[in-house]
Design a protein around this ligand. Structure first.
Ligand SMILES: Cc1cc2nc3c(=O)[nH]c(=O)nc-3n(C[C@H](O)[C@H](O)[C@H](O)COP(=O)(O)O)c2cc1C
Length: 318
């Protein structure tokens, strides 16, 4: 690689960081480069007031971005550390003496949230088992036919009953939907028609149609089909509900998502039971876990996406 200035290198790494997943594809981050550090600040203008009152998913998304940044840094010959301090994540980069590439680098551009059902094929157990828990983060993996998965499926259905009857939740969700190419090109964020597999429509018509389909019955029918086709469910938990733990969870989660992507697997989120405090508590009790469930994903085999979710052009300050 030609010799880059540190600022050019940082911009390159940030272009991988922003490929991380985020709630509603809100991309709630901003970046600054100072000396040998990349500073990631939450962009609260993108916060999801209704579904994510505590900013838990916002900080998990930032953690996912940190993982991409660190994975890309290793690929380009840098070690990195991150700390959360004074409301910001500071990633410090140091040049490696010996270049240790990261085997998951190629997965950064391939990772995507699967939309729709899986093929129904079972994943061999050994593919999912070699990831260890960390100090602040733990995760459980359950066969989709297991007793625990039945509990999770029940909680997803209960979550849909609550969320899809909540006008504020639906209003927020629809506000992040992009119904046609013009809207996608204007925003480069949000949940886009061509990623979700809908035909393009003028915005007012799209809002009306989606509004009609956002109800507990329709959502439960869709989720039941996806749940039945998944091979496994994974629950990611934090030891304590605080920002540091949420960031650490995001870092861990994204590593897991990159790993399963590089193994040819697909996943989708089904976070309803974590987003509603009463259900979250029930889920913790019924699964008999000590830590706090924070993210639920379904894993299986799926087709390549026709379209990837768009990303905003990043402005990097120095
Ligand atoms: C913390 C977190 C929570 C999420 N929750 C959901 C969810 O409940 N349902 C869903 O369909 N997608 C969920 N997503 C996935 C985002 O919608 C997705 O990452 C975003 O649209 C960008 O698409 P991509 O992952 O394909 O790049 C979540 C993502 C994150 C990081």
């Amino acid at each position: 690689m030609e010799q880059l200035t540190f600022f050019e290198l940082a911009k390159l790494l940030i272009s991988f960081a922003v490929l991380a997943p985020s709630g509603h594809n809100s991309q709630p981050w901003s970046f600054q480069v100072v000396d040998n550090e990349i500073i990631i600040t939450p962009d609260y203008s993108k916060r999801l007031d209704v579904v994510d009152k505590e900013n838990r998913e916002l900080f998990i998304s930032l953690g996912c971005a940190v993982q991409n940044l660190q994975t890309a840094a290793r690929h380009f010959g840098y070690n990195s550390d991150y700390i959360y301090n004074d409301g910001k994540i500071v990633v410090t980069l140091t040049k490696q003496d010996v270049c240790n590439d990261d085997p998951l680098f190629d997965a950064i551009k391939k990772r995507h949230t699967h939309r729709g059902s899986f093929t129904g094929e079972k994943i061999p157990a050994n593919l999912l088992q070699d990831i260890k828990n960390e100090e602040n983060v733990s995760f459980m993996i359950y066969d989709s036919q297991s007793r625990e998965s039945e509990i999770i499926k029940r909680k997803i259905a209960e979550g849909n009953e609550i969320q899809m009857s909540d006008t504020a939740f639906k209003r927020e969700l629809i506000s992040w939907m992009r119904f046609n190419k013009k809207q996608v090109n204007e925003t480069h964020n949000g949940l886009c028609y061509n990623v979700l597999g809908f035909p393009a429509t003028p915005k007012p018509i799209g809002r009306k149609i989606v509004g009609m389909f956002l109800n507990p019955k329709a959502q439960n029918k869709t989720d039941a089909a996806v749940n039945a086709s998944a091979s496994h469910f994974c629950v990611f938990c934090v030891k304590e509900n605080n920002v540091q733990n949420w960031i650490d969870l995001g870092v861990f989660l994204e590593r897991f998502l990159l790993k399963i992507t590089s193994d040819g697997l697909s996943y989708s989120f089904s976070n309803q039971p974590c987003e509603i405090p009463s259900l979250n508590q029930n889920l913790q009790q019924e699964l008999a876990v000590n830590h706090y469930p924070s993210v639920i994903i379904r894993v299986g085999y799926g087709k390549e996406p026709k379209n990837f979710a768009p990303r905003e052009e990043v402005v990097v300050r120095n």
